[in-house]
Write a protein that binds this ligand. Sequence first.
Ligand SMILES: Cc1cc2nc3c(=O)[nH]c(=O)nc-3n(C[C@H](O)[C@H](O)[C@H](O)COP(=O)(O)OP(=O)(O)OC[C@H]3O[C@@H](n4cnc5c(N)ncnc54)[C@H](O)[C@@H]3O)c2cc1C
Length: 409
Amino acid sequence: MKPAQKLIIPSDRGERWHYIKRMFSSAQGPDLDFNWAGGRSNGLKKLHSIDVATYARNRNFLNGAVTHLSPYIRHGCITLPEAFNYVKKQNAPLADRLLMQLAWREYWQQVWFAQGDAIFSELEPAKVVLGYQPMADDILKGKTGLPCMDAFIADLIKTGYVHNHARMWLASYIVHHRKIDWRAGADWFEAHLLDGDFASNHLSWQWVASTFSSKPYFTNKESLSRFTGEQYCAGCLAQCPFNASYEVLSSKLFDQSISPAAKQYVITHLPKKAVSTSTAMAVFVHDEMLSAANPLLEKPFPKIFVFDPQIHGTWSLNRLQFVADCLSEMKDVEVWLGDTYEVLLNRGVGRVITLETPHRRIRELLEPFVPKYEPVAKLAKVEVSAQRLKRFSRYWEKVGPHLLHSIVA
Ligand SMILES: Cc1cc2nc3c(=O)[nH]c(=O)nc-3n(C[C@H](O)[C@H](O)[C@H](O)COP(=O)(O)OP(=O)(O)OC[C@H]3O[C@@H](n4cnc5c(N)ncnc54)[C@H](O)[C@@H]3O)c2cc1C
């Protein structure tokens, strides 16, 4: 790894994006789309323009009034309780539809906290026989020949945002039609999504695959064509793999005769480093807490963020630009590029305080600095048993009534 280097993030957006492109010359993909500029101020604009009632009516349609909040929530520009309370205070009809979607994020996070690295392996045996082919080139290039799938892949690569329904369809096409290893698909998504998050992403892939759900998820042409407003199906000349009833598709796609064991994937750990001998404190700003409003930034210690290739090395260019936008609003934060251990040692740091995270890489990097973790602001203050965490429906049964009748502190 190259020696660590301090970055001076330009305040002008054009210069900033260009600077990031220069500093991360091996990062893949196009520049950040203007509509996805990062930072708390842009996150708040998106939050304040939510149309809760319309969302409830049409969120499943590709052109529905979805919020586009996910990259801002993922990076901590706005907190989940903040978004939840804002929606609740609108007193709009059918607000529970959006509130429940916000709870999905917290649910996946809780599963990650509870299961740790197990989320990167199959949490349960698949309910059907899965294939474990490597990722295919035509998918990576967005040239499957299916106009719908190629359009979703183009969204992923060009903007880093894909509608929830399209994520489900694309994941099920990859896992069930193409018999590709769900982990390969999940890792690919995570590298390109602006909201890439191990919990929401990898666990959703497991949900589609049926290794964390009771059955595999797949769609048919009728449903796809309805929710896309026919925009891909109308002129499609491809041999459509979705054009059948669910019963026919199910018997075509799945061999249900064998009950396979849950596949385990190898986890690589970072080498252990010596504990720092200094006692000087710093606030370690990681990529889930990118907001100037984060209370940890009020602490009277240096605040340090590191673009560390061991964490951010697979991220696309537009996501790195999104993060730079967030950091440009956080005036007191020093930004570095390089190895976290080296940066913190060179800065004379011995102890860090930071926001709690289940992210093992971050935890491993901070181990030599005896980290103190401040709790993440959660939606649900109720205890949820491990049994309930196995399915969202059971989780929601417990926390839903509590959440829908209270404002979250
Ligand atoms: C295969 C697959 C991969 C996914 N990967 C990610 C990911 O890496 N990061 C991520 O944040 N979401 C992921 N999701 C969940 C969901 O697709 C996105 O959160 C959502 O599409 C973001 O768009 P939005 O902000 O307009 O959502 P909206 O529908 O407007 O929802 C509002 C907010 O609720 C939360 N939310 C809604 N649905 C879900 C859900 N199913 N799971 C978790 N949170 C949800 C998000 O924070 C979202 O911003 C994935 C879903 C699938 C099927």
